[in-house]
Design a protein around this ligand. Structure first.
Ligand code: GLY
Length: 361
């Protein structure tokens, strides 16, 4: 006899969250936490660079408002998105007495956000976390949307979860201390968002590219606001990347393969910039994109100081191996997000492998 039991669950708890973009806002984080999450212990995860600049003073500020906090430092760099560092970090959090109602604060760039978010999503089966992104790339992209994870030998971000933060605090003032190369990396994701989703924003960037600098806090705050609003609207419609959210992977299929095959010596934003151009060459060849729009993309990326050409001396075997395992691909011919025109993209476009193989010989 067949017996069937239905498991009825309540709808998800409310998982929406606020994103505060405020120059100088970092200083108000302890007061915000004390007000919204009173009595919680705070576990700040950061990297060695950010610790020196902001984390220690932030910890003192937590003391000042009477919040109990602990600080965890991981080495700066992509190598920290590893199973070993994840294991060490979760071990340290457990040893320090993290509880289900504790709060993890990810204070740093994309690596810290992805790693700390993944640790928060898994330790004790999940604790809440707050994103406090300190790089432009993390401020406009990785801190919003709940993608958290670590890398695997087989590819970038292949182990992870969707775990939305409870709050995101973006302080554009901290960009002043960012190495210029990291600032440019963030610009690549901003151009990506504009190219994929919003031709007016792209035009705005074309008109203002030379003024979007680390110290022009007013303008950069405006640009961050537009980029984050566009991204948040996509995440609201397609949190789990069933369709629309894939458009945010523009440039990333080739970009991830470039990062992996270069042993991460090519930075994420640079790889995405080259990836957007290379993928747009495929779109041109497939007759999907017109040359004028392609030239606008290449010009804007160039004006942002980003690379637009495939690097020489790339290990072609490694590159194509990385492309084949890119987690967005399921078939033989790799699938891409391709630009149709500035402000509009197509997802899941399969390009015949020989055409792709012309990119790196
Ligand atoms: N970085 C792309 C996304 O969050 O979907």
């Amino acid at each position: 006899m067949k017996k069937h039991i239905a498991v009825q669950l309540p709808p998800e708890p409310v998982r929406g969250y606020g994103i505060l973009i405020q120059p100088g806002g970092l200083a108000s984080l302890p007061a915000i936490i004390r007000k919204r999450w009173p009595g919680r212990r705070v576990f700040v995860v950061t990297d060695t660079n950010v610790a020196r600049l902001y984390a220690r003073s932030l910890q003192r500020a937590f003391d000042d408002v009477g919040l109990d906090s602990a600080l965890f430092e991981v080495p700066a760099g992509e190598a920290s998105k590893s199973i070993d560092i994840y294991y060490a970090l979760t071990g340290a959090l457990l040893e320090s007495g993290i509880k289900r109602n504790s709060l993890v604060v990810a204070l740093g760039g994309g690596v810290v956000g992805d790693l700390a978010g993944f640790a928060a999503s898994t330790v004790l089966r999940g604790v809440s976390f707050i994103q406090v992104p300190t790089s432009l790339l993390a401020q406009v992209d990785s801190s919003v949307g709940g993608k958290v994870g670590i890398d695997h030998e087989a590819g970038k971000n292949l182990i992870g979860a969707f775990h939305q933060p409870s709050f995101v605090l973006i302080d554009p003032e901290v960009l002043r201390t960012l190495p210029p190369v990291e600032f440019r990396n963030g610009l690549a994701e901003i151009v990506k968002i504009a190219a994929a989703l919003d031709k007016r924003f792209f035009r705005f960037l074309e008109q203002n590219a030379s003024r979007v600098t680390q110290t022009n806090t007013r303008l950069i705050a405006q640009v961050i606001h537009r980029a984050v609003a566009l991204k948040a609207a996509v995440v609201e419609k397609d949190e789990r990347e069933a369709g629309l959210r894939k458009s945010l992977n523009l440039g990333h299929t080739i970009g991830h393969a470039l990062e992996a095959s270069s042993g991460f010596s090519i930075k994420h934003g640079e790889a995405v910039s080259i990836g957007m151009v290379a993928e747009s060459q495929l779109a041109l060849a497939a007759g999907l994109l017109n040359p004028d729009e392609y030239n606008r993309l290449v010009r804007l990326l160039g004006r942002c100081g980003l690379p637009t050409q495939m690097p020489t001396g790339l290990d072609a075997k490694k590159f194509y191996r990385a492309l084949a395992v890119d987690k967005k691909n399921t078939g033989v011919d790799p699938a891409f997000v391709l630009l149709r025109r500035i402000g509009a993209s197509l997802i899941g476009v399969r390009i015949p492998a020989p055409m792709v193989q012309a990119l790196v010989q």
